[in-house]
Design a binder for this molecule. Structure first.
Ligand SMILES: [Zn+2]
Length: 113
């Protein structure tokens, strides 16, 4: 069964990445998987609970989780946290990690079927 195999792969993948409270839309899942594999190259300097300076090889941006924004503007533009925000939130499994995505994705709890 192709579907069974797909779900099996997804389950495995999920266990090696983040433990989600709910399912998210495929696009968001794809996006998050992509940037969580790239965030390793970033240096995060947390300034407050909600703010951090995130530095990459060629740029430096300020992430503000509380206002859901980053100086790179990606978060504001596409509605999903940018790589800087992901790096900051993912750094210590920030309590806002789940609520951030709960509000930006469709939470059907059954989006794979
Ligand atoms: Zn950013």
């Amino acid at each position: 069964m192709i579907r069974g195999k797909l779900m099996e792969q997804r389950a495995t993948r999920k266990m090696t990445s983040w433990s989600w409270q709910c399912e998210i839309v495929p696009y968001a899942e794809e996006y998050i998987r992509d940037i969580t594999t790239r965030k390793e190259h970033l240096i995060v300097r947390q300034s407050t609970t909600f703010k951090a300076e995130v530095e990459s090889l060629h740029s430096r941006h300020i992430v503000d989780i509380e206002s859901r924004g980053c100086t790179c503007k990606v978060w504001q533009l596409i509605g999903l946290p940018c790589i800087h925000a992901i790096a900051f939130i993912g750094m210590k499994e920030h309590p806002l990690w789940h609520t951030t995505f709960m509000n930006t994705s469709t939470c059907t709890g059954n989006s794979y079927i």
